[in-house]
Design a protein around this ligand. Structure first.
Ligand code: SF4
Ligand code: SF4
Length: 419
């Protein structure tokens, strides 16, 4: 039975915080709000006080613990490698255990924990979309006409596909003999909102002759439930995904979503030996494509006359785990792309799972900085490797009045590959 760590299990890591403040400069929430309770050392100190019984679960504690994107930027810069994002997630689980989930947290747990319900909601969403949203020109999404529960008016959201991606494709797509076999973990973003990214994934792996298995019974990776503090939902989803992803013998589990990669590749790794083995064979799509020599194959293609100026945004869930070069290697090798690096490409976009629902104003401030960097780069497209980042980047660009489009690198790769 999968079991997530408790706050008590982080006692040693919490004790490692020497309150040096090196994390302050790297925390996007602190950068936007300039409030000590928002920075990593403040949250670690709160966690310590909770463990020592010095404070109760009063509203201020709940507010401070909710003010974290779980982006891991502080961990990446911390001299003592204090895993603040894990400590905050464990504190949220403790709060939920003591007080129950928030109303929104209950909604997250109910929806992501029930794939059949998610499918049913996706299929009916088109009916309501025309009422709730207006289309934004140039294919940059839908904008909410007026506030809905937990979503503010004016927010740009992608359309939900009437037929989820996994229902559009066969479960097994054979490749060439001698090439690897992979399980494609689609995640919810690709399954329900960005099916074109899933199609691009299949086109890329077909080009290389890789056999792809898309287990129909895979579920959400569980990261939204991690963010909401819904422990039992995360554990149940991990068990379901372990079963789905190990039914067929595969060389790798491949993701095209940074958050799913962190869910299976990092969160699951602590759940037991079977989960650690699954985490070990999980690859980000661009790490996998670079290992198969795709960057060299692309570089050998003739350059296209029509050029696209593209910059790259690092999703936190890849950057903080050292995956920064491979997505850039594929982008730079594309025959239609003029690559330009934006400044602060590695700062968080401001989404942070449930964070942007609870704290949309701060999320928008963080996103506005990113939109400014995209505009300053002169790029017309910002490419990334995470459906959640695409959604947030497009919302931020639209709020800033920009004309750029946020896309997945796979969409540009699919354009470049022969039919
Ligand atoms: S979390 Fe790390 S960087 Fe931040 S104050 Fe503690 S030891 Fe220093
Ligand atoms: S995980 Fe991100 S938002 Fe949370 S304290 Fe660390 S840097 Fe700040």
């Amino acid at each position: 039975m999968a079991k997530l760590k408790k706050l008590e299990d982080y006692r040693d890591e919490i004790d490692q915080c020497v309150k040096c403040g090196a994390c302050r400069a790297h925390c996007p929430v602190f950068g936007a709000e300039k409030h000590e309770g928002r920075v990593a050392r403040g949250k670690v100190a709160l966690a310590q006080s909770l463990l020592d019984g010095e404070i109760a679960l009063e509203p201020k504690v709940l507010e401070d613990m909710s003010q974290c994107l779980l982006c891991g930027s502080c961990y990446a810069q911390c001299p003592n490698k204090v895993p603040t994002e894990e400590i905050v997630a464990a504190a949220r689980r403790r709060i939920a255990e003591a007080q129950g989930l928030s109303t929104f947290g209950k909604g997250v747990a109910a929806v992501v924990g029930r794939p059949k319900l998610m499918n049913a909601l996706a299929k009916t969403s088109g009916v309501f979309a025309r009422l709730l949203f207006k289309k934004i020109p140039e294919n940059s999404g839908l904008r909410l006409r007026f506030p809905a529960p937990w979503i503010e008016a004016g927010r740009t959201l992608p359309p939900i596909t009437a037929k989820p991606f996994r229902e559009q494709v066969p479960e097994i797509i054979p490749g060439q003999p001698g090439m690897p076999t992979v399980a494609f973990f689609t995640g919810c973003g690709i399954n329900y909102m960005y099916p074109a990214v899933g199609e691009a994934f299949l086109k890329a792996l077909k080009f290389l002759g890789v056999t792809v298995i898309i287990p129909k019974d895979q579920a959400c990776c569980g990261l939204p439930a991690v963010s909401a503090g819904a422990a039992s939902t995360v554990e149940q989803l991990a068990e379901q995904n372990l079963t789905a992803l190990t039914r067929h013998p595969v060389d790798y589990v491949v993701t095209a979503c940074a958050s799913c990669n962190a869910g299976i590749g990092k969160v699951y790794a602590d759940l037991g030996d079977d989960y650690a083995a699954l985490a070990k064979k999980t690859r980000d799509i661009f790490v996998f494509l670079v290992e198969l020599g795709l960057a060299e194959k692309l570089a050998a293609l003739p350059k296209k006359a029509e050029r696209k100026r593209v910059t790259y945004h690092d999703p936190c869930h890849l950057r903080t785990r050292g995956i920064t070069q491979e997505p850039r290697a594929i982008l730079k090798a594309l025959p239609q792309v003029d690559y330009v690096e934006m400044s602060s490409a590695g700062t968080c976009c401001g989404l942070g799972g449930t964070y942007s629902v609870y704290h949309y104003d701060t999320s928008k401030k963080i996103g506005a900085k990113k939109a400014g960097h995209i505009a300053d780069s002169g790029a017309t497209l910002v490419a990334t490797d995470c459906p959640g980042c695409i959604m947030q980047l497009q919302d931020s660009i639209n709020h800033a009045g920009g004309k750029q489009q946020a896309v997945h690198i796979l969409e540009l790769l699919a354009e470049a590959l022969p039919e």
